[in-house]
Write a protein that binds this ligand. Structure first.
Ligand code: HEM
Length: 390
């Protein structure tokens, strides 16, 4: 019988064989010991995303669900979620995102130019971990003077212990980052400006009874903390996952280096082939029938994104990395009400990152001896990826 433990090192290293067995043998899988159910087929994952009434986010979105009381929109259900999401969505208009492109390019180019002349560098440490954090700081309007501090805190937050849990120092760093963001909010409250923090401060949120109110300082700081978490580690992992794909499939790398216009579709395939976010947690609010099985009320259910995007019922030859694949939709950014708010920003960052990377380093190999992966069942990716550039 198939056994799926997302915390197991072997599974974290390569979950795809076990995902295939789940889809074939146990599409509604129950792990009694760890206390969760798992949906692994594309159609079931989409259906659950679209059914927020039965599959709630309000009990947290991880297996442990420890974040359930955090001031994050990701752990809210409609109608509260709808009202709060509308406000944060104001940061992600197509115009705002496209205006960020020159900044993203400058930052990516600056990081990569520093590596010129080196025989090897670490894709994560020297590039992918740095870029998204600066982009989020720019998006939120964190002043230049505070960005070094944000980097130092994020480095500490990224340090997980051997069980993939945030170490004590990481928890302290999270609190310090939350305080730094709260400080910025307080500053703007005292002297409003023409910036994102002020904009969100002055946008009313609609309540269930139709009345309106402003966000509190704590809520605002919470929104920014959520964006820092949601938009940092994910992009920081997608870039190295893409570098691995282009190393294993060198024809694709050569084609992209020669024809960067193919990159937008290649980014979709990177998101599908090895997505950074491998599952989305939910909680059943009543007994729910999925196929022949009934999941009782009050159960943790994980929608296994990493499996859905390799479902052969949806994608032919799913393990192949094909930059010409016709992808009408994938679930790597989730689906439905909680669809990733930063999806277009993440796509832009990744496209620009690879344009600048391949322009300077069209040819590279991975130094396997230095590759490191941390067991983190939620955000999958490498923490060290040294490459040798030719
Ligand atoms: C490759 C990069 C990224 C991936 C793979 C990713 C993935 C996801 C997924 C799967 C969800 C849905 C969660 C759920 O259904 O429970 C989500 C939600 C979210 N993401 Fe992203 N994300 C990425 C980048 C970003 C960026 C750059 C930002 C912002 C700067 C961001 C902000 C958010 C927010 C605010 C939500 C919550 C939306 C809601 O609950 O309504 N993400 N993301």
């Amino acid at each position: 019988m198939v056994e799926y433990n997302p915390f197991d090192w072997q599974t974290a290293h390569n979950p795809y064989p076990v995902y295939r067995r789940l889809r074939d043998e146990a599409p509604v899988y129950h792990n009694e010991e760890l206390g969760f159910w798992a949906l692994s087929r594309y159609d079931d994952v989409i259906a659950a995303h679209l059914n927020h009434k039965d599959f709630s986010s309000a009990h947290g979105v991880t297996i442990a669900g420890m974040e359930k009381d955090a001031p994050f929109i990701i752990v809210k259900d409609p109608p509260e979620h709808t009202a709060h999401r509308k406000i944060v969505a104001r940061l992600f208009t197509p115009r705002r995102i496209s205006q960020l492109e020159p900044f993203i390019r400058r930052t990516a180019a600056g990081l990569l130019d520093q590596l010129k002349g080196r025989e090897r560098f670490d894709v994560v440490e020297d590039f992918s971990f740095r870029l998204p954090l600066d982009v989020i700081s720019e998006l939120i309007g964190i002043p230049e003077s505070a960005r070094d501090q944000v980097h130092r805190l994020s480095d500490r937050i990224a340090d997980l212990d051997e069980n993939g849990q945030l170490a004590d120092d990481g928890i302290n760093a999270t609190l310090e980052l939350a305080e730094l963001l709260a400080g910025l909010v307080r500053e703007r409250r005292a002297s409003p400006g023409d910036d994102v923090i002020t904009m969100l401060m002055t946008t009313p949120v609609e309540q269930e009874d139709g009345s309106e109110r402003m966000l509190t300082d704590d809520e605002l700081a919470g929104r920014f903390l959520e964006l820092s978490f949601a938009g940092h580690e994910t992009v920081a992992k997608l870039i190295p996952n893409g570098v691995v794909a282009l190393t294993w499939f060198p024809d694709a790398r050569r084609e992209l280096a020669a024809h960067p216009a193919l990159l937008p579709n290649a980014v979709e395939e990177m998101l599908r082939w090895d997505p950074p976010s491998h599952y989305q947690g939910r909680w059943t609010t009543r007994d729910v029938q999925v196929g022949d099985a009934v999941i009782p009320a009050g159960q943790r259910v994980i929608l296994v994104t990493g499996s859905a995007v390799h479902d052969e019922r949806k994608y032919p030859d799913p393990d192949a990395f094909d930059i010409h694949r016709d992808i009408d939709r994938h679930v790597s950014f989730g689906f439905g009400r909680h669809l990733c708010l930063g999806a277009s920003l993440a796509r832009l960052e990744t496209r620009v990152a690879f344009e600048e990377l391949l322009r300077r380093f069209p040819d590279f190999t991975i130094d396997e001896s230095g590759v490191e992966r941390r067991v983190n069942p939620n955000v999958r990716g490498l923490s060290r990826l040294p490459i040798v550039v030719g």
